[in-house]
Structure formats: structure tokens, C-alpha cells
Write a protein that binds this ligand. Structure first.
Ligand code: SAM
Length: 251
């Protein structure tokens, strides 16, 4: 593995966070050091475990860290947060480092990714109260009597499923008054249009918050948006359905 130039990493990270409206994070030295350590760890483990296809430090900063941290401004102090399908820890790891006030539960159906996230969190000094990952399928944890059902103020999720599917996995896990924040790309508006049936789960209509990711050196922006839905009423007990049904007949 090629060593990562530490000064270049810190300079680019600070510039990227600043450019994307996250000046508080840009000035947080503890956060920068932890994200550098996370980058080294992820690339090292990536040599023998499939964690990420993004390997250049500047790309990791933009496409994993700045991207993950776009949700931070929308999460109230001390909130309970569920990250569905956390994979290699996005957005949960950067979020836990930047917002230690949160109580984040991260789930993934793949056990070895969950082990990696917990071990990495411990290595970075993140307390289990701030972030704990569990091997679990969202539709099982979110079913009536499940460990995740109506337990969270916020659900976040990136690159797991189309909004019409993700909504059925996520909305049952929210308390009334809670919010789903889906991190989406260029097709965010189209997905919202296809997911109008999610109202039956007790959710408000979705709203789109464009959060283009602008590289500090080139000034070029990647299309990126947050899709947010509030939980207004209890989810009927029949949801979430079995995964095969959710995918076969999305709401
Ligand atoms: N969120 C991470 C990111 O953005 O880098 C990982 C995205 S990866 C493409 C999708 C992840 O979702 C996989 O790790 C997969 O195991 C997990 N996943 C898919 N469906 C799931 C479900 N129903 N419940 C829990 N995890 C799920």
C-alpha cells in the first residue's frame, strides 16, 4: 500500500470541508486526525477485504467523508440514529467522529463488514454508546416486536436501495416525529417521483435538499442530494413486508 501524504491529506480535507459549508468540521483537528487514521486503516484492510473501490485519498475525502457528513447539519443534538446498510462504515463512521453527541446504531446484513466497523470504531476511540454496529437485516429488525421498530429519531442510509424500497426498510424504525435522511445521487428526484406510495407507512411527502459535492481544487460538482421524509403516524403492522415482496412490488 502506498503511504498517504499526511500534509496533503490534511490540507485537502480542510479545503473540501470548507468548500462544502462545513467550516466547523474543517477546523476540528481531532476529526482530521481520526479521518486520516480511518483512511490508512480502510486501505490496509481493503487489501484483503472488499470495502471500497475508491482508493485515492482526495476521492476518499470527497466521496466518502464529505458525502457522509452532509447529513450532520440535519441531525439534532443527542439524537438516536440508525444507519441502514452501513457497509464499510458510511455514513456512520465519519458521522460518529464528527458528532460524538449522537447515539448511532449501524446495521448491515454482512457480518464481516459489521465486525470491521466495530473494530475500526474501537481503534479510532469511538465509544460504543456513540456507535455500535449490528449484523441484522433492516426488514427483520424493523418488524413488529423487532429490536429496531419505532426506536430512532433519525434513519440515514447511503447506496442501499431505491427510495421506494429503502422507505419500507427505514420508516418502520422511526419514532413518530423522526426523519429519514437518504443520501442520493443524480437520480434523487426521479426516485422521489417513483416512491409516492410510501405515505401508507405513516410518512410525510419526501423533500429534496440538493447538496452538490464540490471539489476544492477543480471546483467541479458531483450531483448529490438528501431526500428527507418525516414520520407522522405509526406504521401499520403489516410493514415491512418480506424483502422479496418489497423488491417485487415496491410501494
Ligand atoms: N452505506 C455504505 C456506503 O455507502 O458505502 C454501503 C453501501 S453497499 C452498496 C450496501 C450495503 O447494504 C451492503 O453492505 C449490504 O450488505 C447492505 N444491505 C443491503 N440490504 C440490506 C438490508 N435489507 N438490511 C441490512 N443491510 C442491507
Amino acid at each position: 500500500m502506498t503511504p498517504i501524504d499526511q500534509k496533503d491529506f490534511y490540507d485537502y480535507l480542510a479545503a473540501a470541508l470548507e468548500k462544502n459549508g462545513m467550516s466547523d468540521f474543517a477546523r476540528n483537528e481531532t476529526l482530521s486526525q481520526a479521518l486520516y487514521a480511518l483512511t490508512c486503516r480502510m486501505l490496509e484492510v481493503n487489501e484483503y477485504m472488499n470495502l471500497t473501490t475508491i482508493k485515492k485519498p482526495h476521492d476518499i475525502i470527497m466521496r466518502h467523508y464529505v458525502d457522509s457528513l452532509t447529513v450532520a447539519a440535519h441531525i439534532p443534538e443527542g439524537a438516536s440514529v440508525l444507519d441502514i446498510g452501513c457497509g464499510a462504515g458510511f455514513p456512520c463512521l465519519p458521522l460518529a467522529l464528527a458528532r460524538p453527541d449522537l447515539r448511532i446504531t449501524a446495521i448491515d446484513s454482512t457480518e464481516k463488514k459489521v465486525r470491521y466497523v466495530n473494530e475500526t470504531a474501537a481503534m479510532l476511540g469511538i465509544f460504543p454508546d456513540t456507535l455500535t454496529a449490528i449484523a441484522m437485516r433492516a426488514e427483520e429488525g424493523g418488524s413488529v416486536g423487532g429490536q429496531l421498530r419505532e426506536k430512532f429519531n433519525i434513519v440515514v442510509s447511503r447506496a442501499v436501495a431505491h427510495l421506494s424500497i429503502l422507505g419500507e426498510l427505514a420508516l418502520p424504525c422511526l419514532k413518530i416525529g423522526g426523519t429519514l435522511i437518504a443520501l442520493k445521487g443524480a437520480k434523487a428526484a426521479e426516485e422521489m417521483n417513483d416512491a409516492k406510495g410510501l405515505g401508507v407507512l405513516g410518512a410525510s411527502p419526501a423533500r429534496l435538499i440538493p447538496t452538490p459535492l464540490t471539489a476544492p481544487d477543480t471546483g467541479e460538482s458531483d450531483s448529490h442530494a438528501l431526500v428527507m421524509m418525516d414520520k407522522c403516524e405509526k406504521t401499520p403492522k403489516i410493514y415491512p413486508r418480506k424483502y422479496a415482496q418489497i423488491v417485487k412490488k415496491p410501494l
